[in-house]
Design a protein around this ligand. Structure first.
Ligand SMILES: Nc1ncnc2c1ncn2[C@@H]1O[C@H](COP(=O)(O)OP(=O)(O)O)[C@@H](O)[C@H]1O
Ligand SMILES: [Mg+2]
Length: 226
């Protein structure tokens, strides 16, 4: 079976004024369907840069990325923002450390937001209700973000990541703002999503307990796997 994600020699060079920053220096690996992969490494080592490229939020400078046998990035060819958007909708859900919920929308509206932009898939009420229940926030649908707790906010962010039925969930430090009890809940939830839905998960984390759920760990230092 072909790998779900195949990365070959990914490189990323950022320009800061006239200075260049080599954030990724030739990273290669593969991830199979249904795997949970933890990405660990010190601050500034390139973790976010890597998951942003894997998640097609950004083009690599060089290298190749294949998703489910579809060639996404190959040497030197930049994808446009609309091409990237199309690929993101097809494959990914994202959870960020900062939740990026819109303060004037209710919980329900925030969760539905990605599906508003998704032309092929329209979330129906049943599916939304299932997700709210799965995440234990079914009583919070009509609340505003400022009216719910930090743990609930994170669960809303996870619900939003699931609304388009992604193949791959990308989580960049999903428990970074949570206490240990909430972190444990998120850990159990990710395991459940993986077990029940076969969701593949790429997880950047500083939390050793959370990193343990990975069937594979990628350690990154100075933009290289080690
Ligand atoms: N948009 C950017 N422009 C310039 N440099 C960046 C940018 N994003 C990240 N960097 C630099 O790239 C390196 C890797 O950053 P990052 O991927 O955010 O690391 P991590 O997530 O492991 O903390 C750091 O030196 C960082 O300062
Ligand atoms: Mg980061």
């Amino acid at each position: 079976m072909p790998a779900l994600i195949q990365a070959d020699n990914l490189e990323k060079v950022y320009m800061r004024g006239s200075e260049s920053v080599n954030a990724l220096n030739g990273v290669s690996f593969k991830i199979d369907k249904g795997e949970i992969v933890a990405i660990v490494g010190p601050s500034g080592s390139g973790k976010t840069t890597l998951v942003n490229i894997l998640g097609c939020l950004d083009n690599p400078t060089r290298g190749k990325l294949t998703l489910d046998s579809e060639e996404i990035f190959k040497d030197g060819l930049e994808l446009t923002e609309s091409e990237l958007t199309e690929i993101r909708r097809k494959y990914f859900g994202y959870i960020f450390q900062k939740f990026f919920l819109l303060p004037t929308l209710t919980v329900r509206e925030n969760i539905l937001l990605p599906s508003v932009f998704q032309k092929r898939f329209k979330a129906n009420d049943r599916y939304l209700q299932d997700i709210l229940e799965l995440l234990g926030i079914e009583k919070r649908g009509d609340f505003l973000p400022k009216e719910i707790s930090g743990g609930e906010l994170q669960r809303v962010a996870i619900a939003r990541a699931l609304i388009n039925k992604p193949k791959i969930l990308i989580a960049d430090e999903p428990t970074g703002n949570l206490d240990s009890k909430r972190s444990e809940e998120i850990k159990q939830l990710l395991l459940e999503l993986n077990r029940v839905n076969g969701l593949s998960i790429i997880l950047v984390t500083h939390n050793p307990e959370l990193a343990k759920i990975g069937s594979k760990t990628l350690s990154i230092l100075d933009g290289k796997l080690c």
